[in-house]
Ligand binder design. Structure first.
Ligand code: ZN
Length: 130
């Protein structure tokens, strides 16, 4: 098993394709059959798997998240980023991906995304392979 930490810099809101980082970690681990967990240790960011072919999907996801979770004047959280907390909890902090024949078992249109909902910030994520 192996754990790798990666650092990224984000924009205000963004879905960053991190598939190549995760693939690199799998390759370096030498593990050919197993499971890979990608984990986000932040409360206003998340990890998801979605389409990597058309960049408009990322645009539309962010538009949809904004529509589903608008900022509200009756939010109490003093930091003022409750909408970002809602988005992060809905998307989730991690994804598990099967490893087979030394590669991530992803669908042809799937990519792994780090979701930033309250940037710009320096962020990190972990890849655990077993
Ligand atoms: Zn907050």
């Amino acid at each position: 098993m192996a754990v790798r930490k990666f650092e990224i810099t984000t924009r205000r809101q963004d879905l960053i394709n991190i598939t190549h980082f995760v693939s690199e970690a799998v390759r370096e681990s030498g593990i050919t059959e197993g499971v890979c967990t990608v984990f986000c240790p932040h409360t206003t960011a998340a990890i998801t798997i979605n389409e990597n072919a058309d960049p408009d999907v990322v645009h539309d996801l962010l538009l949809g998240f904004d529509a589903a979770f608008p900022d509200r004047p009756d939010f109490l959280h003093a930091e003022g980023n409750s909408a970002a907390h809602l988005k992060a909890s809905t998307v989730g902090a991690s994804e598990n991906i099967i490893i087979t024949e030394g590669r991530l078992l992803l669908g042809i249109w799937q990519g792994i995304y780090f979701c930033e909902f309250d940037g710009p910030r320096s962020r990190s994520f972990y890849v655990y392979i077993a």
